[in-house]
Design a protein around this ligand. Structure first.
Ligand code: FAD
Length: 483
């Protein structure tokens, strides 16, 4: 390069990592000293539908805002990743492309092809580690195999030491000019921000979207909630968890940032127990992604193949009642209505509704997985699939099939006064605490005084728990005989 030749620009591709801080791809691009182009390719094959589609659109818009505050832009070309990036790289004359690695099957396939094509054209590709605490292939058994049991995997992961320290946001980004032919991607409306489903539009009010917001949520959690995490995380009637999953999903915050902040909070408070419990949940996140990395079809294939013979009922009416929160079991209905209204559901309740759908209603877990994927604001291909397979007993290190949650017992234990149920099932709000879990037991006298009529004001239970449980266990026994 001579004094008169301006340095070639470098390109950063953003995908599910819509943040400036602890973004290794952006950091390395800035450190190159060359001018930087930032792009988010709107590739239909990588853009989910439903609430998560809306959320990722919001996150991309938030990143575009953050870049514009620094005097730059986020280019948002639409189309298949490979031709779009090749065009952009050529038009801008970039020497290097930087991205943070993806581990889902479509993302991996897209990135492998892109890397080969760019390299062939003399462009250097840098793929970096950003999404997880540890890369999926780094935690392996002594025999070099992926782990199948979480506790063993977690022990091995911990032996690798603390995850890497998060990187600061670049102090200054020297932006490259937008190449001709790509200016149209800056026009208003160029970034497609999918709408929420018609019956879920109120979810928007729950999810302010920015990197700062994610940091504030983390700080509030560490100050106010972490100290009770071990006991309160199972209580849907309390603010017992971080609420960070949507922010992690869109990469508005990284797992390493959360890890480091939790460790700093632990150093201030000396609270080892709660911190360890919380960090192990981040471990489950890595474990889920490790599963998807090695078993790319976990969203659709029973990891325990004997379940391929499972005679599911798949009753369409029962499934609709479940999705609409009309099963007659208050905790299940509260969870399903919370999901529709807000795009999230408490983890304990996710487990209860998943167990109810698969075991009491004998519905294939994949139907529930799809419904969650459309409706969750944190819908994550790895975590959703792993958790559904866990609940259904079809996964690795899963809850066994014969562990069937009783939705009434779960409700009495984890929402004892019914505060959570009252929030999401308002027609039950007037019932006394002891009847809120079993509204079908309201007698005639109380029914008159409360103007609550079981079967009318609120549905009768759609299945008898004892009977449904016995059938589920019987089906499973048959299944094992057939195997
Ligand atoms: P916290 O308790 O504060 O945990 C911190 C972080 O740890 C979470 O943000 C999440 O990244 C991770 N984590 C917590 N619990 C789990 C878990 N069981 N498995 C893996 N990682 C975990 N989580 C998703 O992010 N996306 C999904 O699509 C998803 N689908 C689920 C489906 C079912 C049937 C079940 C039972 C659970 C599912 N989960 C999913 C896991 C869990 O319910 C959510 O991560 C959690 O409720 C998020 O709330 P939080 O951020 O307050 O969690």
């Amino acid at each position: 390069m001579t004094a008169s030749t301006p340095p070639a620009p470098v390109l950063v591709l953003f995908r599910d990592d819509f943040r400036l801080s602890d973004n290794p791809a952006l950091h390395a691009a800035c450190a190159s000293g060359q001018p930087v182009l930032c792009a988010f390719v709107q590739d239909d094959a990588c853009m989910p539908q439903g609430v998560i589609g809306w959320w990722l659109g919001q996150a991309a818009a938030a990143l575009a805002d953050a870049l514009s505050q620094q005097g730059g832009v986020l280019l948002t070309p639409h189309g298949e990743t490979l031709p779009v990036v090749l065009d952009l790289a050529k038009a801008a004359g970039v020497s290097d492309v930087f991205w943070n690695r993806r581990y889902d099957p479509v993302g991996k396939e897209r990135d492998t092809a892109l890397k080969a094509a760019l390299t062939e054209r003399g462009v250097t590709v840098h793929s970096l580690s950003a999404r997880l605490l540890h890369e999926p292939w780094t935690v392996r058994t002594g025999a070099g195999q992926p782990y199948r049991i979480f506790t063993a995997w977690w022990r091995a992961a911990r032996e690798l030491g603390e995850p890497g320290r998060p990187l600061p946001a670049p102090q200054e980004i020297r932006f490259a000019p937008v190449p001709r032919g790509f200016k149209k991607d800056l026009a208003p409306g160029a970034l497609l921000t999918p709408a929420l489903p018609d019956d879920a539009t109120q979810a928007a009010q729950y999810w302010p979207c920015s990197e700062e917001q994610a940091r504030t949520i983390l700080e509030d959690f560490l100050d106010d909630t972490l100290a009770h995490y071990d006991t309160d995380r199972d209580r849907p009637d309390r603010e017992g968890t971080s609420g960070l999953s949507p922010y992690l999903r869109a990469g508005l915050i990284s797992a390493r940032q959360i890890w480091q902040a939790a460790r700093q909070a632990e150093a201030r408070s000396g609270d080892h127990l709660n911190t360890e419990k919380f960090l192990s949940e981040l471990g489950w996140r890595d474990f889920g992604w490790m599963q998807l990395f090695y078993e790319p079809d976990i969203p659709t294939r029973n990891l325990r193949s004997e379940f391929d013979q499972m005679p599911w009922e798949n009753d369409a009416e029962a499934f609709t009642a479940w999705t609409e929160g009309r099963t007659g079991y208050p905790l299940v209905d509260a969870g399903m209505r919370e999901l529709r209204a807000t795009g999230t559901m408490h983890n304990r309740v996710r487990m209860v509704v998943a167990s109810f759908l698969t075991k009491h209603l004998l519905t294939d877990w994949r139907k529930g997985e799809r419904w969650f994927y459309e409706r969750l604001v944190d819908a994550d291909p790895a975590l959703n699939a792993m958790n559904w397979q866990w609940c259904a007993g079809t996964g690795i290190d899963a809850s066994p099939w014969f562990r069937i949650f009783n939705p009434v017992g779960q409700s009495e234990k984890f929402d004892p006064s019914g505060a959570y149920i009252r929030t999401w099932v308002p027609e039950l709000a007037g019932l006394p605490d002891k009847l809120i879990h079993t509204p079908w037991k309201v007698d005639a006298a109380l029914s008159r005084s409360l103007r609550f009529v079981p079967g009318k004001t609120y549905p009768h239970p759609i299945v008898d728990l004892k009977q449904a449980r016995a059938i589920a266990l019987e089906r499973y026994r048959t299944l094992k005989k057939d195997d």
